[in-house]
Every structure is written in C-alpha cells, then in structure tokens.
Design a protein around this ligand. Structure first.
Ligand code: G3D
Ligand code: MG
Length: 169
C-alpha cells in the first residue's frame, strides 16, 4: 500500500456549485479550513484506490472567483483540476473555454489532468451533450460528467476519475 497526498483545485464561475459539490463529496467526514487571506476553503478527504490511500486536499475559491492576486497561490502545486459548468447557464461553459481553462494552464505552468463537470443535472438543461463534449475537447479534459450536488449523482465518480487520471500520469 502506498500513500499519496494530492492537491486539487475546483474552479468555475460563481454559483456553478463548487462548494456544494465538494461538500457532497466529503460528507461529514471532512475537515474544513477557511483561509480568509487567500479567500479559500480547504477540504480534506481520504479515499482508497486500488489498495492505495489517497489524501485529497480540495481547494475551493470562496466568493471572489476572479480575484486575480490570489489565484497564483491558489493554483500552486495542484495535481489536478475539477472545472465546473452549470447546465442551467450555457454561458458558464463559454467562460470555461475562454477564461478558466486558459487561466489554469497559464498559472499552473504544467499540464495537469482536468475533469469537466456539467453540474445541476437535476434541473432543466440549457446545454446539450454536444455542448459538453465540445467544451471537454476544447479544454483537453480527461472526461466530462453530468453531476448533481443536490442528489449526489456522479459526485464520487468525478473525484475518483480525477484521482485516477492524476495517478496514471
Ligand atoms: P459556488 O460555490 O460555485 O459559488 P454553490 O456555488 O455551491 O454556492 O451553489 C450555488 C447555488 O446552486 C446554491 O443555491 C446551491 O444550493 C445550488 N446548487 C449547487 N449545486 C446544485 C445542483 O446540483 N442542483 C441544484 N438544483 N442546485 C445546486 P442557493 O440557493 O443556496 O444559492
Ligand atoms: Mg463557493
């Protein structure tokens, strides 16, 4: 058995469900550490994958998503990223292509695995599967999943897929 400690960042427009998804993932077995100076919540969760123990440190931007002065620090040392769009707002996927994915690539300075999430799948969707696939290809994501932080659908799978992609690298 090996132990890995991985930092992952969760990004996307305001109100796409970043905090809700992380909370749904870590359930009650979490520790939250709010770092007001960098506008960030840090959640820690252990998971097991093929006999290895992974400690995931999930960084969640609190509030001021586009506050530029802290994003460098936010991204530093991350092994993977979850990028979230909201299926009820197509514009959030445009912002991923135009802003979030390029920003991540520029600031991380190395290629890291990305999992794209089309969140709020329990609500009526403004995006098609083609839109999601198009966004996934445009940003070079490992995969795309429809999730719901409300019902929990695909939440564990999302974090697991990202962890697998990181460990495969
Ligand atoms: P953010 O952290 O990206 O800013 P939040 O987003 O996690 O704060 O979520 C923003 C709002 O969307 C919240 O509603 C939250 O409950 C809702 N939400 C998040 N994920 C889902 C989902 O999968 N399905 C549905 N139906 N709602 C979701 P409020 O009203 O509390 O602002
Ligand atoms: Mg939030």
């Amino acid at each position: 058995m090996q132990r890995f400690k991985l930092k992952i960042v969760v990004i996307g427009e305001h109100a796409t469900g970043k905090t809700s998804l992380i909370k749904a993932f870590v359930e009650k077995k979490f520790s939250a550490d709010y770092r007001p100076t960098i506008g960030t919540n840090i959640f820690i969760k252990k998971l097991e994958l093929e006999g290895d123990e992974i400690t995931l440190t999930c960084w969640d931007i609190a509030g001021q998503e586009r506050w530029t002065s802290m994003r460098e620090l936010y991204y530093r040392g991350s092994s993977g990223a979850i990028i979230i769009g909201d299926v009820t707002r197509k514009s959030t996927f445009e912002q991923i292509k135009n802003f979030w994915a390029p920003d991540l690539k520029e600031k991380v300075k190395s290629v890291i695995p990305i999992v794209l999430l089309a969140n709020k799948s329990d609500l009526e969707s403004e995006v098609t599967q083609d839109d999601i696939d198009d966004c996934m290809n445009a940003i070079g994501a490992t995969c795309a999943l429809k999730t719901s932080a409300k019902t929990g659908d695909n939440v564990n799978e999302a974090f697991q897929k990202l962890t697998e992609a990181i460990l495969k690298k």
